[in-house]
Design a protein around this ligand. Structure first.
Ligand code: OGA
Ligand code: ZN
Length: 397
């Protein structure tokens, strides 16, 4: 072999447009078509039509920049779709492309397989969400959290359970007021809000939110006043000597599906009629408008907008208001039905994470004798999912 043999110069594993250590999946064949596609096949019969311009953007030696693994090709600089003059399979199974301008690229066949199988899609590496009701669990799915900051296997299981069920409790965590911030900061960036990065839930003499009283809190999601409410919420019990104050969780996804089946008129009202939400803070004024069961647009997850203390007004024709209120009554009644709801005590050292857009949470009223102190924080879906994908690299490449 000589140095001017381009396939020898780049004989190492070609870089991929990501930082995933893809398994090497040698190709069986590569066939150039007249319409700008390269058909690749693998020995197990899998096939994939790779478009020439997408290959140009992502191939090492063409668009792919080696440090950033991003494409540097501005679309106006893309070559003509027929500028691949030959496609072949190298001795090691890599895709080899010859370009009209004389360049030669080697493309990682494991990366092609990863895309062919849809494993580059946002949901691919994450667990499939599983709907649950009160008959599936009597308590939240629970893990021992005593070692979570030092053991990535526990962290991975916690995050995976949060994605699967939208709910996972850790027990035996330190009753340190800073622990929840440390743990969620270890997962990724904390989602800051007007409550601050980490906040306390405690009954206060001069409360500025229903949360800071000893009142019962019906099943709800936090911050429906935002265009994008926080994806996950974490509540950590530091101290609890009160009577009452038990936690309640229900899977809002299951509640919404049951309403769709059993109360189709209410479902229609809950998914189409808008409400204005606004917080009543002295120094903040967040406002958003949307239905209580918000399926969003294409690719957006279900978002439940359910917190009556910050629901400000119906935004609908007056004729729709009676059925909108009736539908909310159905929603709130189903959300508290034992058929859907888990009820359990909050013990010091318990740290409960939940999907704040899917899971409905609430608490029983508690007496003013004694003290109950929770520390809470939020994170966006994106950052928790990102951490889980990185933890899973290598397992699913
Ligand atoms: C809240 C809340 C739960 C609890 O503050 O929004 O839901 O158990 N608190 O106090
Ligand atoms: Zn809440």
């Amino acid at each position: 072999m000589t140095i001017d043999d381009a396939s020898t110069v780049h004989a190492g594993r070609p870089l991929t447009p990501d930082f995933i250590d893809h398994a090497w999946r040698p190709l069986a064949s590569a066939t150039r078509r007249d319409d700008g596609f390269i058909d690749v096949t693998w020995p197990d019969g899998a096939t994939f039509p790779a478009y020439s311009l997408w290959l140009a953007e992502n191939a090492e030696g063409y668009g792919l920049e080696s440090r950033t693994r991003e494409s540097t090709l501005e679309p106006r600089d893309l070559p003509a779709p027929d500028s691949i003059t030959a496609a072949s399979v190298d001795a090691d199974g890599a895709l080899v492309l010859d370009w009209a301008d004389g360049r030669r690229s080697r493309v990682h066949p494991g990366w092609l397989r990863h895309v062919a199988e849809g494993r580059h899609l946002p949901a691919a590496v994450l667990p499939e969400p599983v709907m649950w009701t009160g008959s599936d669990f009597s308590e939240p799915p629970t893990l021992d959290g005593s070692n979570i900051l030092d053991d990535d296997a526990v962290l991975e299981e916690w995050l995976a359970t949060l994605v699967r069920y939208g709910l996972c409790r850790l027990t035996n965590t330190p009753t340190d007021p800073d622990f929840v911030g440390r743990l969620v900061g270890h997962v990724g960036p904390i989602r800051d809000t007007n409550f601050g990065l980490v906040w306390s839930v405690q009954a206060k003499p001069d409360p500025d939110s229903t949360a800071y009283t000893g009142l019962d809190l019906g099943q709800h999601t936090d911050l429906p006043t935002r265009e994008v409410p926080p994806g996950f919420q974490f509540l950590h019990c530091i101290e609890n000597t009160v009577q009452g104050g038990w936690s309640r969780m229900s899977d809002g996804w299951a509640v919404a599906e049951a309403i769709r089946e059993e109360h189709p008129d209410a479902y229609e009202a809950l998914t189409t009629l808008d409400w204005v939400f606004c917080n009543r803070a002295k120094d903040a004024e967040h406002r958003w408008v949307g239905p209580m069961i918000d399926h969003g647009s294409r690719h957006q997850p279900l978002t439940l907008r359910a917190f009556y203390p910050v629901r400000s007004a119906p935004h609908m024709a007056p004729a729709d208001m009676p059925r909108a209120y009736e539908a909310m009554r159905v929603f709130a009644t189903m959300a508290r039905d034992p058929r859907f709801q888990l009820v359990y005590p909050f013990r010091p050292g318990d740290l409960v994470g939940f999907d704040n857009r899917r899971i409905l949470h609430g608490r029983d009223a508690f007496e003013s004798a004694g003290s109950r102190h929770l520390r809470g924080t939020y994170a966006d879906h994106d950052d928790l999912y990102s951490r889980l994908r990185v933890l899973r690299r290598g397992m699913h490449s």
